[in-house]
Design a protein around this ligand. Structure first.
Ligand code: PEP
Length: 274
């Protein structure tokens, strides 16, 4: 049974106090999320520490188990003189630091940073992240025990030229095919057509299902039955009004949500669309 996931990508939105307000609103509604759906909030780096503490402090174990914390990027280097970069090790060290804050109760521990989004089209497009760089990042993230949400997707011109299968296939083969099956168990794939991200335009359920099935088949060619266990998320203007029909497709295991993840009601409504 594949894990159903609704992951929010906050991008470069919210101040720290707005982020705290947002996570508190999400936490207040978490009981409404179906038991078999996992929420992941991928926040800016600056927010990880306080949000780790807030999620760690959720009292009811049942609610706590429904939400996890993630980052939106990590460095392609392990450590050293790389000004402005944040390493995978730094991400995995967040939770244990929560207990060291002055006044923290004995043994206090935050929610671990469990996930990292890598390969988002904004990172590929604006920051020149190639498949080779992404492979480095993924290897480092997995070595630190993080789970990776690896994004793939084609541009509008590529879709119009019917090159979407080729583009997405290459993003999988040049990166995920280089992983071992053991590593692949900790990877989630997110299909995000670039023409649907932040545009209000969504892939139809048929378009999304077709390429999700292609992604699963491509994974199966390399990893066999593991492909059946890999969650493949849809991302691109997913909102409460279209989530249900997208999530009802056989090979769509949830969503990576941008704009609609910034409003607790919308994010929770999407999670309730299953
Ligand atoms: C995203 O960038 O990951 C995304 C899916 O954005 P939006 O939902 O705003 O299209």
């Amino acid at each position: 049974m594949r894990q159903k996931i609704v992951a929010g990508n906050w991008k470069m939105n919210t101040t720290v106090s707005q982020g705290i307000e947002l996570i508190n609103s999400i936490a207040a509604k978490i009981e409404e999320v179906p038991q078999d759906v996992k929420l992941i909030v991928n926040t800016p780096f600056t927010h990880l520490f306080p949000i780790s503490k807030i999620i760690g402090d959720i009292k009811c174990p049942f609610c706590r188990s429904k939400i996890a914390l993630g980052a939106q990027n990590c460095a392609d280097k392990e450590v050293g003189a790389y000004t402005g970069e944040v390493s995978a090790k730094m991400l995995s060290s967040v939770a244990s630091a929560v207990g060291t804050v002055a006044g923290a109760p004995e043994g206090a521990i935050g929610a671990p940073v469990e996930y990292v989004i890598l390969g988002h089209s904004e990172r590929r497009g604006y920051y020149g992240e190639t498949n080779a760089i992404l492979l480095e990042k993924i290897n480092l993230a997995l070595a630190e025990g993080l789970k990776v949400i690896y994004c793939v997707g084609e541009a509008l011109e590529e879709r119009k030229a019917e090159k979407h299968f080729e583009v997405v296939g290459n993003e999988i083969k040049e990166v995920l095919y280089q992983l071992t099956p053991e590593q692949m168990k900790n990877v989630i794939v997110a299909y995000e057509p670039i023409w649907a991200i932040g545009t209000g335009e969504t892939a139809t359920k048929e378009q999304a299902q077709e390429i999700h099935a292609f992604i699963r088949k491509t994974l199966e060619e390399k990893f066999g039955s593991l492909a059946e266990e890999t969650s493949i998320l849809y991302g691109g203007s997913c909102k409460p009004s279209n989530a249900k029909e997208l999530f009802s497709q056989k090979d769509i295991d949830g969503g990576l949500i941008g704009g609609a993840a910034l409003k607790a009601e919308d994010f929770i409504a999407i999670a309730k669309s299953y």
